[in-house]
Design a protein around this ligand. Structure first.
Ligand code: UDX
Length: 448
């Protein structure tokens, strides 16, 4: 990629402290650093990436009150997000004011003001930037289709579709084709009103100058066009971020690299990779059924079970023969490995992009949030995977695995995902739509 230097403008990144949000924000930071910007990462004390892996960035810790308020063990993300948005505001404002002061001293007022790039979930950062008269840009780590659902909720509520009505789960949502009501990102949160308020707030652009989306035209052309109509500011599809710049790992957990040696011994396209990302998990019963289904499928598998997920003891031995279980994998490398022939995924947006870009077809088991939207796109629009229900019994799990790994349908899905991967490669090449988008984003950052 052509490297341009325009004088160093400071960008202050404010990531949301979850793995699926930290990764794309730091990848964006790497891309912008490679294009001449200086990067400061303002991060919470909860879940922060290892600064040693990013020697080109400055790290600025922002105190949060999660631990004091006993919220770190909460499984309800809305509690965590709400708490961060209240408790981090004053500390970020102090830190930014100090940065502005030292920029003034060092450059005598000749330097452009820092620009804040914040995760949509960390909306306090926009408020702080506005109060300090700093420019800001929102990063959406989800895709355009998901963001469109957030903007439709007030109308759907007004028309009586939300809360979801009985018997409507398979009906198409007006204006959001091909999403069905069951695909809306509303599942598994304890309080619908709070969730809707939070979604409205996280997607409210307010004073921001632009929106960056980790997606690309050739995946979401019509949703991006609708999103651009909806937003009053430019929307830049800058994705898939993980393929664009080689960036260092921002894993919060240690990657177990032994799985690569194990994959080296497996035959081509034979292994099913199983991971539900960094937040979703299975209960004891689901774990037991999954373990049984995996072993009875007789297909080799690599299964990520994060610390805290304990398999029933009696399954340890039978699993050892055909599969490998790790606590955290180098996922992008795993998906790129020639032995991997399928991905049993929760369809987090990063995992979905990583799978498609590696040409790996998917079994989609969405759990909450945007995962249901992503699963619908994977199975119905791009047709590179199929969806299964939650709470499956082992025999259904075994059937789904055989369907993907051994049946003709699986082969067709693999052909389709490989052609989609090639299409994405063309889209991100020099001179293609991604480069235009990046160059517009550069101009926008420099002018705001
Ligand atoms: C969350 C939501 O679940 C997701 O839907 C939303 O889009 C972002 O926030 P998460 O559950 O973490 O994300 O899923 P995902 O978006 O797929 O991100 C997980 C990241 O962790 C991926 O980049 C993946 O490569 C990485 N990962 C996962 C590993 O590096 N190793 C693993 O073992 C598992």
């Amino acid at each position: 990629m052509e490297k341009q230097r325009w004088g160093i403008r400071k960008l202050v990144l404010v990531p949301c402290p979850f793995q699926g949000h930290i990764n794309p924000m730091l990848q964006l930071g790497t891309l912008l650093h490679a294009n001449g910007f200086s990067i400061t990462v303002a991060h919470t004390k909860f879940n922060f990436p290892n600064p040693e892996n990013h020697p080109d960035f400055t790290f600025l810790p922002i105190p949060d009150a999660l631990f004091d308020r006993g919220i770190t063990s909460s499984i309800d993300l809305t509690d965590i997000i709400s708490c961060l948005n209240v408790s981090c505001k004053a500390p970020l404002k102090n830190s930014l004011a100090q940065i502005m002061e030292s920029e003034k001293e060092n450059h005598g007022g000749g330097q452009k003001l820092p620009c804040v790039i914040y995760d949509g979930s960390m909306y306090f950062a926009e408020a702080v930037a506005h109060e300090l008269e700093l420019p800001s840009i929102m990063l959406r780590t989800t895709n355009a289709s998901t963001l469109l659902t957030y903007y439709s909720f007030p109308q759907l509520q007004k028309e009586g579709y939300i809360p979801l009505q009985d018997g409507m789960s398979l009906a198409l949502v007006p204006g959001l084709y091909p999403l069905r009501f069951k695909d809306l990102p509303l599942a598994n949160f304890k309080n619908l009103d709070i969730l809707l308020q939070l979604m409205a707030r996280t997607s409210d652009i307010r004073s921001s100058s632009a929106v960056i989306c980790n997606t690309l035209d050739c995946l979401e052309k019509s949703s991006l066009a609708k999103l651009q109509e909806q937003c009053k500011v430019p929307v830049f599809p800058i994705g898939p971020l993980h393929t664009i710049v080689p960036s260092s790992s921002s894993s919060l957990l240690k990657e177990d690299r032994s799985c690569i040696e194990w994959l080296n011994k497996q035959s081509h396209n034979s292994v099913l990779y199983v991971s539900l990302g960094s937040i979703a998990s299975m209960n004891q019963n689901e774990l037991r059924e999954m373990a049984k289904g995996l072993t009875s499928s007789r297909q080799p598998f690599l299964w990520v079970l994060r610390p805290g997920s304990l398999l029933p003891e009696d399954f340890d031995e039978s699993i050892g023969e055909k599969g490998l279980i790790v606590k955290w994998a180098p996922q992008k490398e795993v998906l790129a490995h020639k032995a991997v022939g399928g991905f049993w995924s929760h369809c987090g947006w990063n995992s979905t992009l990583e799978s498609i870009c590696a040409g790996v077809a998917m079994i989609c088991q969405p759990c909450f949030g945007d995962q249901t939207v992503n699963a619908r796109l994977v199975s119905h629009v791009w047709k590179v995977g199929f969806e299964v229900d939650n709470n499956l019994v082992s025999i259904e799990i075994e059937k789904a695995i055989r369907r993907l790994m051994l049946d003709v349908e699986g082969q067709e899905l693999r052909h389709r995902v490989i052609s989609l991967k090639k299409k994405i490669e063309l889209c991100t090449q020099e001179g293609a739509s991604f480069c235009n988008s990046l160059s517009e984003l550069r101009k926008c950052i420099l002018s705001c």
